[in-house]
Ligand binder design. Structure first.
Ligand code: ADP
Length: 249
């Protein structure tokens, strides 16, 4: 580990479209995230929050720049290495839970363990532990589609923590939930940060949730406009300004 730094984003840019339809979604962003931190990425809709998170997690590729996670240059990895690295180190919670409704809770939570090629005899114990942490032990053999909205999100969290990831990325994790259920989910994520030491990286519109995070990164028009907590470095180069899709140069 590099002085406690878990994620290092180095001058990344992301551009969509071509020529007259060029749209700069991220413009020369650099920042570091320490291991074990709680991080909120905030900003208006369309500001680039999800794009930034997708690039930090390897879901999407930048046009320029590097993302170093745990000392590894993420975007230089081959697809298979990347899949394996992500299955071992990271997990994801999305607004739409992306659970397999027709499969059992056990099957849903065991999925990342299959990808990480954990021997099947160890899977059951790990799945039971993860379901226990989110209070869903008794639902292990139930069909995921039969759970309530809050239970589905807890199931998604169980799947996210089953491999004890170093980083949990969450994109509007409470967006589809009523506020009481949402609060419980958030409490659970912070508890996991404390107990398991998982770094939390959360895209959110919710000010209260952002306030609870030690680091708050505010994105506007594809740039980081403020970062409270630790630690953002100023872009070393600034070559472009953001254009709306379709704007003439
Ligand atoms: P946020 O998460 O802050 O709402 P996004 O990161 O999803 O914003 O998107 C940032 C900008 O990039 C938006 O204007 C969006 O329309 C644009 N964008 C995102 N994905 C694509 C894509 N695949 N093609 C073209 N434009 C895109």
């Amino acid at each position: 580990m590099n002085g406690g730094v878990l994620i290092e984003v180095k001058i990344i840019s992301k551009v969509y479209g071509k020529k007259d339809n060029l749209f700069i979604a991220l413009n020369d962003i650099s920042l570091t995230i320490p291991d074990g931190a709680t991080v909120a990425i905030t900003g208006k809709s369309g500001s680039g929050k999800s794009t930034l998170m997708h690039i930090m997690s390897g879901i999407d590729h930048p046009n320029e720049g590097e993302v170093i996670v745990n000392g590894k240059d993420l975007h230089s990895l081959k697809k298979k290495e990347m899949d394996r690295f992500r299955a071992e180190e990271m997990s994801f919670i999305f607004q739409a839970f992306f659970i397999e409704a027709n499969q059992s809770c056990y099957q849903n939570v065991a999925l990342p363990l299959e990808i990480a090629e954990i021997p099947s005899r160890r899977r059951r114990t790990m799945v039971e532990k993860a379901l226990g942490r989110v209070d869903l032990s008794e639902k292990i053999d139930s069909k995921a589609g039969d759970l309530s909205g809050g239970q589905k999100q807890r199931l998604a969290i169980a799947r996210a923590i089953v491999n004890k990831p170093q980083i949990i990325f969450a994109d509007e994790p409470t967006g589809n939930l009523d506020s009481a259920t949402g609060d419980k989910i958030i409490d659970l994520l912070f508890e996991l940060n404390k107990k398991l030491g998982c770094t939390l990286c959360i895209v959110t519109h919710d000010d209260e949730l952002a306030e609870r995070c030690k680091i708050r990164i505010q994105v506007k028009d594809g740039e980081v406009v403020s970062m409270t907590g630790r630690s953002v470095s100023k872009p070393k180069t600034k070559t472009t300004t953001r254009k709306k899709a379709g704007a003439k140069s």
